[in-house]
Design a protein around this ligand. Structure first.
Ligand code: COA
Length: 283
C-alpha cells in the first residue's frame, strides 16, 4: 500500500478502483449546538438516542463518526446519507448490507478516522501518542516487539508503542474480532507490513496521534484526506471538500445480503448475529 496525502478538493481518489479511501476529521474539544444539530440530522433514531446518552466529548465524536460514514458511503453508493444502513457482525464490526462497500471507523480525543474500500474488509485505529499507559502496552506487545521498541531512545518509545498498538487494533478490526485478539497480532518494523493474510500501513495523520489501516487480501493503494467538521455539516460543504465519491469505487448498487456470497474477501455477517439500523426521519 502507498499513502497519498493529497489535498485536492475533488478527484483526490482518482483511479481509485483498487484504493482504500481514508478520511480523518479533526474534532475540536467541543462542537457547538448548531454543528451537533447539523450532524445529527443524518442519524437514524437509535443512533440519536445513543448520542444523547453519551457525555459531551464522546457524543461529539460519535456524531462526527456517524456523519462521516453516512456521507462517504452515501456518496459512493449514490444514496442519501440518512438512508445508509448497515449490520453489525457478532463482535460489533459494521458491515454494509450487500457488501458493495466495506468501511471502518475509529475515534480518539481530537480525531475521527474512517476508511472505505470496495475490494476488501478493512480496519482502522487511531490513538493519541501521549498517555497510553505503559503497563497496558507492555501486556499487549509480544516480546520481540517490546525489545525492538526498547532499543530506541526513551523519547521515541511512546510513539513506537502507539504505532504498534494501532497496527494490532486495525488488524483485529479488519477481521471483525475484539481486543482479546490484539496481543496475538505480530507487528514487524516499518511503516507497512503483513500479518495473517492482512496488509497494514501506518497513516500519517498528525504528530499527536498514531493511526493505521489494515486490509484483508490484495494490495491496495491508500488515499488519505484530512478535513474539519464543517465539511460534514451540509451537502454543499461535503461536495466542496471531497467532490462526489459516486465514481470512487465504480460502486455497484447494494444487493440483498447472502451470507458467504460476497465476492470480496471475508466480512459476511453471520445470520442472526447482526442487526440493521432503522432509518430515522430527517428533521
Ligand atoms: C473493536 C474494538 C477493538 C474497538 O475499540 P476502541 O479502540 O475502543 O474503539 P475505536 O474508536 O477504535 O472503534 C470503534 C468503532 O469500531 C467499530 N467496531 C466495533 N466493534 C468492532 C469489531 N469487532 N470489529 C471491527 N470494528 C468494530 C465501530 O464502528 C465502532 O464505532 P462506534 O462505537 O461509533 O459504533 C473494541 O470495541 C472491541 O474489542 N470490540 C469487540 C467487543 C467484544 O469483544 N465483545 C465480546 C462480546 S462476547
Amino acid at each position: 500500500m502507498r499513502t497519498d496525502r493529497t489535498r485536492r478538493p475533488a478527484r483526490w481518489y482518482a483511479h481509485s478502483r483498487d484504493r482504500v479511501l481514508m478520511i480523518a476529521v479533526r474534532v475540536p474539544d467541543s462542537l457547538d449546538h448548531d454543528q451537533v444539530r447539523a450532524l445529527s440530522r443524518l442519524m437514524v433514531d437509535d443512533e440519536f438516542e445513543r448520542m444523547r446518552r453519551m457525555p459531551k466529548p464522546a457524543a461529539d465524536r460519535f456524531a462526527v463518526g456517524r456523519a462521516l460514514i453516512r456521507r462517504a458511503v452515501g456518496s459512493a453508493l449514490r444514496v442519501p446519507p440518512s438512508t445508509v444502513a448497515w449490520q453489525l457482525g457478532p463482535l460489533g464490526k459494521p458491515m454494509l448490507a450487500g457488501g458493495a462497500i466495506h468501511f471502518t471507523l475509529s475515534h480518539c480525543e481530537g480525531w475521527v478516522v474512517s476508511g472505505m474500500s470496495n475490494r476488501a474488509s478493512l480496519g482502522v485505529d487511531v490513538e493519541p501518542i501521549r498517555g497510553l499507559p505503559e503497563a497496558v502496552m507492555r501486556r499487549a506487545l509480544l516480546a520481540d516487539e517490546l525489545s525492538r521498541i526498547e532499543q530506541h531512545e526513551e523519547s521515541e518509545r511512546e510513539a513506537l508503542f502507539a504505532r504498534t498498538w494501532v497496527v494490532k487494533e486495525a488488524c483485529v478490526k479488519a477481521l471483525g474480532e475484539g481486543l482479546a485478539r490484539v496481543r496475538g497480532v505480530h507487528v514487524t518494523e516499518g511503516s507497512r507490513g503483513r500479518w495473517n493474510g492482512l496488509r497494514w500501513e501506518i497513516l500519517q495523520i498528525s504528530d499527536d496521534v498514531a493511526a493505521a489501516v489494515a486490509t484483508k487480501g490484495a494490495e491496495l493503494r491508500t488515499a488519505l484526506r484530512v478535513a474539519d467538521v464543517p465539511a460534514l455539516e451540509t451537502d454543499e460543504a461535503w461536495t466542496a471538500a471531497f467532490g462526489d465519491l459516486e465514481g470512487a469505487f465504480q460502486a455497484r448498487p447494494s444487493r440483498p445480503q447472502r451470507a458467504g456470497a460476497d465476492d470480496t474477501e471475508g466480512d459476511d455477517p453471520r445470520p442472526g448475529a447482526s442487526r440493521v439500523h432503522p432509518v430515522r426521519r430527517i428533521r
